[in-house]
Design a protein around this ligand. Structure first.
Ligand code: 5GP
Length: 239
């Protein structure tokens, strides 16, 4: 598959067109940003770790019956994916209270809710990705009722599939953000990645943070944390 024009030049992800108009190449960089790109750094081999974690988790989800944009890993930092019409909505699953939820509701980090919480955010940098509810998602006309129902079903399936996977490698899947969209054949699919950039991973034994919070809160050893998640997943689930 030949790499063509750069379609998206994000800080941690780049997307190129290919000679097939329905397929793209997604590449993961070593750049890391936080707080709307106010904080920036480069973490050696972060791209390799994020692509690795994304490819393994996408493969597991597809086997479990969750449609995703992922086709195959093509290099250590790149994957071939179906091009998608992405719905501008973030779906956040929270198994353990942390981050913005703890701040917003005044809850202690680490609290386990009676059942996983699913939050929706309208993806708009200008508005600061505001929290929305189902009615607001419909009013914004970014998703229809049927797709919204299916997004909730698939989101619960992603969580139910990945919770035991991470548990088996000694990691709590605290929370994660995913997005959905339509593939060229019309399939509603997860068009996003699960990586330490977009999920919180806590070591079950030590409570050590193995994700982007290390960078957000200057805890150091960011690259080591990303590598730990990738190495543990790879040793159990790769090939
Ligand atoms: P929080 O709402 O606590 O900021 O984030 C909840 C979870 O969703 C965290 O795992 C966080 O990394 C992820 N998340 C929230 N917003 C974004 C985003 O805009 N991009 C990415 N990659 N992840 C996000």
């Amino acid at each position: 598959m030949e790499k063509k024009d750069l379609i998206h030049d994000g800080s941690s992800i780049k997307i190129w067109g290919t000679d097939d108009p329905d397929k793209v190449i997604i590449g993961f960089t070593d750049d890391i940003t936080a707080f709307y790109k106010i904080k920036k750094a480069v973490i050696k081999d972060k791209g390799v770790c994020c692509n690795g974690v994304s490819c393994i988790t996408s493969g597991i989800l597809q086997k479990a019956g969750v449609p995703t944009h992922f086709i195959k890993k093509i290099s250590s930092t790149e994957q071939l994916c179906h091009k998608a019409e992405v719905i501008p909505m973030e779906v956040i699953v929270r198994n353990i209270v942390a981050g913005s939820l703890a701040l917003r509701l005044g809850l202690e980090e680490g609290l386990i809710p009676q059942k996983p919480i699913i939050d929706l955010c309208y993806k708009s940098e200008a508005l600061g990705d505001p929290l929305i509810n189902d009615y607001q998602a419909l009013a914004l006309n970014i998703v229809g009722e049927e797709d919204l129902r299916e997004i909730y079903r698939l989101t619960r399936k992603v969580n139910d599939t990945l919770l035991p996977v991470f548990k088996s490698i000694g990691i709590s899947l605290v929370d994660f953000k995913i997005e959905f969209g339509h593939l060229p054949d019309g399939t509603l699919a997860m068009t996003d990645d699960i990586t330490p950039d977009s999920a919180r991973f806590w070591d079950i034994k030590t409570g050590e943070r193995l994700d982007k919070d290390r960078f957000r809160h200057d805890k150091g050893h960011v690259g080591d944390a990303y590598r730990t998640v990738y190495e543990r997943l790879k040793s159990k689930y790769d090939g």
